[in-house]
Design a binder for this molecule. Structure first.
Ligand code: UD1
Ligand code: MG
Length: 467
């Protein structure tokens, strides 16, 4: 069965009601573009060489985005309606035969399970097509499903063309259909653009099938959220909320504690181990994997990063494209910009920024530091206010600190520079030359004390004002 299933996703429209320069299917919900969400469900049904996207508006951008998926593309240069979108794909799709599953790119919450049920129902039935429908309290904007007394679909009537009686129907067309491919191609040419929009409506095929004596069935689903179509930004936000609710629910059932789940933002592809606690307003984004027994502090943002087990992330911490190993502690108020590796047991404290930096096992930078393009050895202590001067205005340079070194507070390490293993850097130093292993680097003026200087000054001031 799967071998004869072809999927086509209609994604050529601009989406006028989005009031955007960006094509609708490129807008994001649940951490990915709408079209990516639809295709990820499709990919679970049939191999990529039997999946096609009909593209038009910003087709180059859409093609670039989807290229890694290995699917095929059909260009619909002028968008003359959902029926027309299929017509332009005829030469590619017709010869594949079998069953054709049509999805709309603006309906991203559909699950592979529901699509599998649709295909199973259609392939077991003599009907020409089966359409997923649902009942909505407010069906405004959707095509209405008109049924006969045996429950078969006689017609789908678009909002604009519906009579008041038809507008009262609450069962709507999801825009997801499974067709017997031979019958679709036999009759698709009969769709005519006779409606106020002058478009070729795919939905008209239902009445055409009925006219030729072919039945169309409905698969009515209870959960309307799966078929919510996005036509404007209010609906986009609602669909995004549902994606995140799903992700949070899945994680909680897998053993993750999520405090005030309605406040967090977690992308669907995020993985988190059992007994990890996610505090309110945390955002965990992109391709992030977090181990077990971790704590992700309130208002932290972790994106495209890998965290081991028992990692503590304090509140208001930003971690991007970095790797944090077991038992490390980051934050509160820390920023790991990108390409950092924090090894096991290391501590990064408040107002410390890392970029392209490796913090080896057990090293600590607890307060107010910038460590960029650097390699910090095991058990190193980086004092408060330490700055790596990694940029000379033209090029970036590296700072290397050997195992067990102690960098005093407010040190300025002018890269490229090496601090030897086991050495000390005196507080307040400007270090421009290598510090030898087990040595001491002092790079500041010596302190001078002047006995009685303050008292003499006060006396001078007192006699001047008496005059
Ligand atoms: C469509 C259905 C409606 C259904 C609703 C479900 C039709 C005529 N109407 O209405 O019955 O209830 O979806 O969400 O099908 N597209 C193209 N090329 C085109 C036109 C559209 O690729 O020429 C794509 C769009 O990019 C979009 C999808 O088809 O992803 C649906 O188009 P849209 O304009 O949103 O149709 P609706 O008015 O929502
Ligand atoms: Mg739509």
């Amino acid at each position: 069965m799967a071998a004869s299933l072809t999927v086509v996703v209609l994604a050529a429209g601009l989406g006028t009601r989005m009031k955007s320069r960006k094509a609708k299917v490129l807008h994001r919900a649940g951490g990915r573009a709408l079209i990516e969400q639809v295709l990820s469900a499709a990919a679970r049904l049939t191999p990529a060489d039997r999946i096609f996207a009909v593209v038009g508006h910003q087709s180059a951008v859409v093609r670039d985005l989807l290229a890694p998926a290995g699917i095929g593309f059909i260009e619909q240069a002028e968008q003359k309606g959902t029926g027309h979108a299929l017509m332009v794909g005829r030469s590619v799709l017709e010869k594949l035969g079998g069953w054709l599953l049509v999805l709309y790119g603006d309906c991203p919450l559909i699950t592979a399970d529901t699509l599998n049920r649709l295909v199973a129902q259609q392939t077991a039935s003599p009907a020409a097509a089966t359409v997923i429908t649902t009942r909505l309290d407010d069906p405004t904007g959707y095509g209405r499903v008109i049924k006969d007394d045996r429950g078969r679909v006689r017609a789908i009537v678009e909002q604009k063309a519906a009579t008041p009686e038809q507008q009262a129907v609450r069962e709507i067309n999801s825009g997801i259909y499974c067709f017997r491919s031979d019958l679709l191609w036999k009759h698709i040419g009969e769709i005519v653009p006779e409606n106020p929009a002058r478009e070729y409506y795919l939905t008209d095929i239902v009445a055409i099938f009925n006219h030729h004596g072919h039945a169309v069935e409905a698969m009515l689903i209870d959960d309307p959220s799966e078929v919510l179509g996005i036509n404007n930004r209010v609906e986009l936000a609602e669909v995004d909320r549902i994606f995140r609710e799903r992700a949070v629910r899945r994680l909680m059932l897998e053993g993750v504690t999520i405090e005030k789940p309605e406040t967090v933002t977690i992308d669907p592809q995020v993985r988190i181990g059992a007994d990890t606690v996610v505090e309110p307003f945390a955002q965990i984004l992109g391709n992030t994997e977090i181990g077990e027994d971790c704590r992700i502090g309130a208002c932290s943002v972790v994106s495209d990063s890998r965290l081991g087990n028992r990692v503590e992330v304090g509140a208001f911490t930003l971690i991007g494209s970095s790797h944090v190993e077991n038992d490390a502690r980051i934050g509160p108020y820390a920023r790991l910009r990108f390409d950092n590796q924090v090894e096991s047991g290391a501590h990064i404290g408040n107002f410390v920024e890392l970029k392209k930096t490796r913090i080896r096992k057990g090293a600590k930078a607890m307060h107010l530091a910038y460590l960029g393009d650097s390699d910090i050895g095991e058990e190193v202590n980086v004092g408060a206010g330490t700055i790596t001067c990694n940029f000379d205005g033209v090029k970036k340079h590296r700072t290397q600190i050997g195992n067990g070194a102690f960098v005093g507070s407010n040190s300025t390490l002018v890269a490229p520079v090496q601090i030897g293993a086991g050495s000390y850097v005196a507080a307040g130093s400007v270090i421009t030359d290598a510090v030898p292993p087990d040595g001491l680097g002092v790079g500041r003026a010596r302190q001078v004390n002047k006995e009685g200087w303050a008292r003499k000054r006060r006396e001078r001031q007192a006699s001047a004002s008496a005059e």
